[in-house]
Ligand binder design. Structure first.
Ligand code: C2E
Ligand code: CA
Ligand code: CA
Length: 729
């Protein structure tokens, strides 16, 4: 009897878990003895078993061609051939059916022949039913085991193929090392990554492919495997390329991120682990490294010239200061500024400007020794650090060299261009002991060179510094004055003596400085001009003056006029004409309600652009007055060239009215005004006597403390209300 659970099974599952369905099996009975053929299924019947019958080898083959069986019960002697023929056929077809041969043959040869040909068992007739049952049962069992084995083997092979594939085609370098850190396995990635054959490296130390500097970092793989973190060692290493197969490699090494895990073998029941070596996976991160390097290069270098930038310069300077302190040495910081650089940018465009800056950078580099640092702080500003000099003269030599080198014209695409430089020098420890103070003081000295005509060098000087500091503060405060609304317009009346009334006011700017209080324009207009803030201020003045005038005109003084002052710089820039025209329109003022006061220096600029702008202003309808007339160039030719409408006699002439020589000058000016048909205003009238004399000389319109100082808009409104008599009282 078959014991349940001992039956055949079809999968690799353990017998105990085989289910009834899995016990299903198909048996082919091949025998020409018909009664026997019909008894066997009954004898061998078991749930799940089905039987087919055939009477000859030929019939059996037909069945086998249509059906796969688990077992063939094969009679030896058959009408068309012996059972051996069927065994041969089964073998030739690589069939896996289990075969139990049943035979009346006594001869051992028959049994041997059958077993040789792959029969699983041989049962001799006559037999006990139990004997046959056992033979069938064990053949089926064996066949099932074999099938399971084959399936398992197939699965293993597939799995091994998969793992091999994964390792062999991995984009990462995969390797194993023995406990002495010699290669025991490497995947083919080594060939494309470093140019080594795999065999070349087997049994060679891991260090063979390491950059020598990195060798000590992998020592713990052999010295300390037991203390590896659970996730293994993670290291960034540099691997050398095989010079032989990569002779012209741009980079001799690559950078990899390595994860290295110690490998252990643990034998059953033994808690001791045996260290087998290391399993490593290395990923090429060279690209990422390069990207990181570029990013950090960009953070510390100027993109245009590739010179160190401000940050790196400061860093190097700080190191140099610390070193100089230790050895009680001297160092120099130079500030080099290219004169007229703005001109190149403005006239030839930025790409030419860039070309020039690169050229300058190259030449400056030539003057320096190894160890010196040349940096570009931005714009046309370069700094040089001479970390070790013996005496100030050493810096002077370099400065002269730089100036000489600049003399040679630079070749730009628009032709040769000559530049000069202004250089300021500060020395450690004499002029400062921090990176900031040294750089700033070199800058101060450079600024002094600029002021005294450029193209030269200068050492820092403490006295200049105090002045410069104030100036810097003023500059900084001025930058925010507009947005903080710290300006105010004051007004000073211009009186017609004959009409005994105020015919115009001059707008004069004041600055309510948060610390220094009310500042007069004399203390900040020039600074505003130098740092390029004047045009913003002028726009503000124009707008406020127009707004105020519109207000007064609407409140009972419809003929009142307004003068305002423009700087020569306003004529260098575009848009001044449009600004005035639009402002007038915005406040609905007729153009002849306002006068622009400009100094003779504007006239003397004498460029086509300035002439055009003055003409355009006149065309708009605005009056043009020459301020401080007589003090400047006294070149009257411009009076013919420019459409001037008024002259303002400078107050120095008025002040000197008492002395004998002035009368002829003022007489001449009044004559000129009459000849050119110009309106005339006398400035700085402080006394009744002066007013009277001017009146006699033919000047009717006057402005000065005698009538009123410049006052704010509220006070001016009151002035306008005053009766003329009171004004002259
Ligand atoms: P300015 O255009 O010649 O203005 C006349 C200056 O003489 C004013 O000085 C005024 O206060 C002063 N003054 C008037 N009457 C007398 C007098 O009887 N005696 C004396 N000693 N001085 C008198 P302020 O306001 O300090 O302006 C100085 C200069 O600043 C102005 O000279 C002008 O060139 C400039 N300025 C004033 N406001 C502006 C402005 O809004 N824009 C520009 N660009 N410059 C301005
Ligand atoms: Ca003026
Ligand atoms: Ca004036």
């Amino acid at each position: 009897m078959v014991i349940p659970g001992e039956g055949p099974f079809l999968g690799p599952q353990p017998l105990e878990t085989a289910t009834q369905a899995e016990l299903a099996c198909r048996i082919l009975i091949v025998d020409d003895d018909v009664p026997l053929r019909q008894t066997l299924p009954r004898v061998l019947a078991l749930a799940g078993r089905t039987f087919d019958e055939s009477g000859s080898v030929g019939e059996a083959i037909q069945c086998l061609e249509h059906q796969i069986y688990d077992l063939v019960l094969l009679d030896y002697r058959l009408p068309d051939a012996t059972g051996l023929a069927l065994l041969d056929w089964l073998q030739s077809q690589h069939r896996e059916e289990a075969v139990v041969m049943i035979s009346g043959e006594d001869g051992i040869d028959a049994a041997i022949g059958a077993l040789r040909r792959g029969a699983d068992d041989f049962v001799r007739k006559p037999y006990h039913v139990a004997q046959l049952q056992r033979a069938v049962q064990s053949a089926l069992h064996k066949a099932a085991l074999e099938r399971a084995n084959r399936a398992m083997g197939e699965r293993l092979r597939a799995s091994e193929r998969l793992h091999r594939y994964l390792v062999e085609s991995s984009p990462d370098l995969v390797f194993t090392l023995d406990p002495q850190a010699r290669f025991t396995f490497i995947n083919p990635r080594i060939e494309s990554l470093l140019g080594y054959e795999r065999n070349q490296l087997l049994n060679r130390p891991f260090a063979t492919i390491l950059l020598p500097d990195d060798v000590p970092r992998v020592e713990m793989l052999t010295s300390n495997p037991d203390n590896a973190p659970a996730s293994g060692y993670n290291l960034e290493l540099r691997l050398c390329r095989n010079r032989a197969s990569w002779p012209r490699a741009s980079m001799g090494h690559i950078t990899v991120a390595l994860n290295a895990m110690p490998m252990y073998a643990r034998s059953e029941g033994d808690s001791n682990q045996k260290h087998l070596g290391t399993y490593g996976v290395a990923r090429d991160i060279s690209e990422r490294k390069r990207a990181e390097e570029i990013i950090s290069f960009q953070a510390y270098h100027d993109q245009l010239t590739h010179l160190p930038n401000r940050v790196l310069f400061k860093d190097r300077l700080e190191v140099a200061i610390a070193q100089a302190q230790r050895r009680s040495g001297t160092l120099a910081v130079m500030f080099v500024d290219i004169d007229r650089f703005k001109l190149v940018n403005d006239t030839y465009g930025h790409s030419e400007g860039d070309l020039l800056l690169r050229g300058v950078a190259t030449r400056l580099k030539e003057t320096l020794r190894r160890g010196d640092t040349l940096a570009r702080l931005g714009g046309d500003e370069f700094t040089i650090l001479l970390p070790d000099i013996n005496q100030p003269e050493d810096a002077e030599i370099i400065a002269r060299k730089v100036l000489d080198l600049m003399q040679v014209p630079f070749q730009l695409s628009r032709g040769d261009f000559r530049v000069s430089a202004s250089i300021g020098i500060a020395l450690f420890p004499r002029d400062g002991d921090s990176a900031e103070s040294l750089t700033q003081h070199a800058d101060v000295a450079m600024y002094q060179v600029k002021r005294s005509g450029r193209n030269g060098f200068r050492f820092f000087d403490t006295e200049l510094n105090a002045h410069y500091r104030q100036r810097i503060e003023l500059e900084n405060d001025l930058r925010t004055a507009l947005e903080r609304d710290e300006f105010e317009l004051f007004f000073q009346p211009q009186i017609s003596v004959s009409q005994r009334r105020v015919i115009a006011v001059e707008a004069l700017i004041r600055w309510h400085h948060p610390i220094h209080g009310l500042l007069s324009p004399a203390s900040f207009i020039q600074v505003a001009e130098e740092v390029g803030l004047i045009s913003g201020i002028s726009r503000w003045v124009i707008d406020r003056a127009a707004q105020q005038l519109a207000h007064w005109r609407a409140s009972g003084y419809p003929d009142l006029r307004m003068s305002f002052n423009l700087s020569p710089h306003d004529f260098d820039r575009e848009g001044i004409v449009e600004c005035i025209r639009d402002t007038l329109a915005r406040h609905r003022l007729p153009p002849d309600a306002m006068d622009v006061e400009i100094t003779e220096s504007v006239m003397m600029q004498d460029t086509a652009a300035v002439t055009a702008k003055v003409k355009q202003l006149r065309e708009v309808g605005v009056g043009i007055s020459i301020d401080d007339f007589g003090t400047g160039y006294s070149a009257l030719a411009y009076l013919q060239k420019f459409p001037i409408s008024a002259l303002k006699i400078d107050r120095s002439f008025v002040r000197d009215l008492d002395s004998p020589g002035t009368h002829p000058i003022i007489s001449a000016i009044t004559g000129i005004a009459r000849g050119f048909g110009l309106h005339l205003v006398a400035e700085g009238v402080e006394t009744a006597a002066q007013a009277k004399m001017l009146r006699n000389l033919g000047c009717d319109c006057m402005q000065g403390y005698f009538f009123s100082r410049p006052v704010d808009s509220v006070a001016t409104s009151k002035l306008l209300e005053l009766l003329p008599d009171q004004l002259f009282a």
